[in-house]
Design a binder for this molecule. Structure first.
Ligand SMILES: Nc1ncnc2c1ncn2[C@@H]1O[C@H](COP(=O)(O)OP(=O)(O)OP(=O)(O)O)[C@@H](O)[C@H]1O
Ligand SMILES: [Mg+2]
Length: 252
């Protein structure tokens, strides 16, 4: 199983949207995919119609482990979710010291048997995100493609280096994905130069273009695949193809 965290401390850069659509696209190719919603906002969970499911908080509070059957089936036969609960507040790991709490999730991992596990994280680099990275093989960083959003990227880079050093030495950056890309934007070349300066080859060639269909489809608890949006599907398919090549290269 390949475990991928979707991380950026900036809010609204498309983490949840990417988790939803990437997971759906990969599941549609026949792979089994689990998603975990580690964000107490529970945005990802609200995109799926699920009732009476286990949720990550109750598992973390209880004595049992997270296993394949802790996940709930979604409308997509290959896609399973371990949701968060909106009322849980951000206090999922409250009152615990930073260094004790960073591997709670890792300790809780039992036998989870999907081809891919994709974890959506909150817009900060705190406990949930540390825990997510502690169980991950890869991290994908979606960045909103405007000059403003680049300011925090140095922090993310330093942070990931610290995670590799102190928490999870096997963590690799799978890629930086530009989101909300407006192809008419004249600053794009300048933005690309800046991101490349920081992350070099980690900036992926495929992009997620600005597309109102993400929001429209989410209003009906759908991904761009069920919404049949050619532009969104095209962006996801290119991205998945590039990610699969990178994963293969990193394994060889
Ligand atoms: N490429 C895109 N083009 C246009 N709208 C998008 C795109 N990606 C996401 N959105 C929309 O932008 C909003 C924020 O996206 P999303 O919730 O995925 O961001 P996020 O990084 O998960 O936010 P948070 O940090 O609050 O968790 C949503 O309404 C979503 O539908
Ligand atoms: Mg989100």
């Amino acid at each position: 199983m390949k475990v991928i965290s979707i991380v950026n401390n900036k809010g609204g850069v498309g983490k949840t949207t990417l988790t939803q659509n990437l997971a759906t696209g990969i599941a549609n190719k026949g792979y089994s995919v689990g998603v975990i919603d580690l964000d107490p906002q529970a945005n990802l969970s609200s995109l799926f119609k699920i009732e009476n499911s286990n949720d990550i908080r109750s598992i973390l509070q209880g004595s049992g482990k997270i296993k394949t059957d802790s996940f709930t089936k979604t409308h997509n036969p290959n896609l399973y979710i371990l949701p968060n609960k909106k009322d849980i507040s951000a206090k999922m790991f409250a009152n615990l010291e930073y260094f004790d709490e960073k591997k709670i999730l890792l300790d809780k991992f039992g036998k989870i048997d999907f081809d891919f596990l994709i974890i959506d994280t909150p817009p900060n680099l705190e406990v949930q995100t540390i825990n997510s990275l502690s169980v991950s093989d890869y991290v994908i960083i979606p960045i909103k493609y405007d000059l403003f959003s680049l300011q925090g990227l140095v922090t993310v880079k330093d942070y990931l280096e610290k995670i590799v050093e102190h928490v999870n030495p096997k963590l690799k950056i799978l890629g930086i994905v530009a989101t909300f890309v407006d192809e008419r934007e004249s600053n794009n070349a300048q933005i690309k130069t800046k991101v490349t300066e920081l992350f070099g080859e980690d900036l992926l060639k495929s992009k997620v273009r600005v597309n109102t269909k993400y929001k429209n489809s989410q209003l009906n608890r759908m991904s761009v695949y069920e919404h049949n949006d050619a532009k969104g599907i095209n962006d996801m398919e290119n991205l998945i193809e590039e990610l699969f090549v990178k994963i293969k290269e990193m394994h060889d």
